[in-house]
Design a protein around this ligand. Structure first.
Ligand code: 13P
Ligand code: 13P
Ligand code: MG
Ligand code: MG
Length: 370
């Protein structure tokens, strides 16, 4: 195959393998444990390149290779890396060690085993700017609003109007997590239908986005829901999203722009509250106030021949100070509701938490209402 036809795969796989202190942050030395594993795999040609980051208490493996999406070899590498880190986390008695590893043995595909996965395979362009978003203390649907703004809202993305390559718009692949079905919707023509679905963030989750003109993959998000896999609350999904930028795709600044609004997401304390998603630089991704407010970091890369130049800390910009302040204001306002909705999540969303055990105690005390 001629070199320019070669496809590259970017796999971002994440898991909470143990928190420091509580769920607030990540024990720095464990990053080295993960790096050692991946470095070994790089030397052996399993992966081409990698970076290891963390957001709050979540370990993020960012890897490139030529094995395509759902590669058993790459998934197993991620699983073994998380497993090794968990062993160390257990020794150190870090909080919730191995929280997101639901099962002991790897079974071919890491999806459905707890970790979050966002992968895309594409032909590297002349220049390939990529942003990897990573969140903590929130759930998979948290990307719905920003991903809509990036690819379908001309008030956010000037390129939808200015750049002829984007004029026809983008196609959204949406997963119905309850029914296990998916649907594709094209924007701008099906904007209203798309919004009718994805406004319900607990059920309809945008999984990927393609440019309509040529079906070029432009964004993927992790959609794994930990509570659905575990059948109970063990922690929040803390999802990741990958977006390719520029040259006929939204510009880097257009991809970051939606995060100037700290929109309300599900998660925060005990995964049971609504709170604002605060964009922060890497070193501020330590959610401690009421285990939050929820955080998002953005790692920018320039890909070259399958290698990742970066990461560049995209929210390390005073341009996002106002968003952080607004997030703090909103966090304070929401907190004042205490245990009341809409700060606390509605009952249906609390189903997987320990609240059901509390309500159970009252069951026999209910009498028929007169
Ligand atoms: P492109 O070079 O990707 O078209 O972007 C133009 C630009 O000015 C972005 O702000
Ligand atoms: P994580 O999902 O980040 O582990 O947080 C869990 C939690 O319960 C925080 O209060
Ligand atoms: Mg945790
Ligand atoms: Mg977490």
């Amino acid at each position: 195959m001629p070199n320019e036809e070669k496809m590259v795969t970017l796999s971002v796989i994440k898991a909470d393998i143990g928190g420091f202190v509580g769920h607030s942050s990540f024990y720095p030395e464990l990053l080295d444990t993960a790096k050692e594993r991946l470095n070994h795999a790089k030397e052996n040609g399993v992966i081409k390149d990698f970076h290891v980051l963390r957001c709050g208490d979540d370990l993020e493996l960012i890897m490139t290779h030529e094995k395509g999406c759902d590669s058993g070899e790459v998934h197993e590498l991620a699983w073994n890396t998380f497993y090794r880190c968990t062993e160390v986390a257990r020794e150190l008695k870090l909080y919730g060690a191995g929280q997101d590893l639901l099962g002991d043995a790897f079974s071919g595909n890491i999806k459905g085993m707890g970790p979050g996965v966002a992968e895309m395979e594409f032909k590297e362009r002349k220049s390939e700017p990529i942003i990897v978003f990573m969140a903590d203390k929130t759930s998979a649907g948290a990307w719905n609003l920003p991903i809509y703004r990036i690819f379908a809202d001309p008030f956010n993305t000037a390129g939808l109007i200015i750049d002829p390559t984007m004029l026809e718009g983008f196609v959204f692949d949406v997963l119905d997590v309850k029914e296990g079905k998916s649907i594709t919707l094209a924007c701008p023509e099906e904007t209203h239908l798309l919004l009718a679905l994805i406004g319900a963030v607990e059920r309809y989750i945008v999984r990927s986005v393609y440019r309509k003109k040529d079906n070029e993959i432009t964004a993927v998000a992790s959609v794994q829901q930990l509570s659905l896999i575990a059948g109970k609350y063990v922690g929040k999904d803390d999802p990741v999203m990958v977006v390719r930028c520029q040259s006929g795709l939204p510009a880097v600044g257009e991809v970051l722009e939606p995060f100037t609004m700290p929109h309300l997401v599900m998660g925060w304390m005990r995964g049971s509250h609504h709170g604002p998603l605060m964009p922060v630089p890497f070193y501020e991704a330590n959610p401690s106030r009421f285990d939050g407010p929820p955080r998002v970091i953005a790692a920018g890369f320039q890909m070259y021949n399958g290698y990742l130049l970066g990461p560049h800390d995209m929210f390390d910009d005073p341009g996002f100070d106002e968003a952080r302040q607004e997030a703090n204001r909103v966090a304070g306002y929401m907190r004042r509701h205490g245990p009341f909705q809409p700060h606390r999540l509605p009952l249906e969303e609390m189903e997987y938490t320990t609240l059901s055990g509390v309500l159970e105690r009252l069951r026999d005390r209910f009498k028929a209402a007169q």
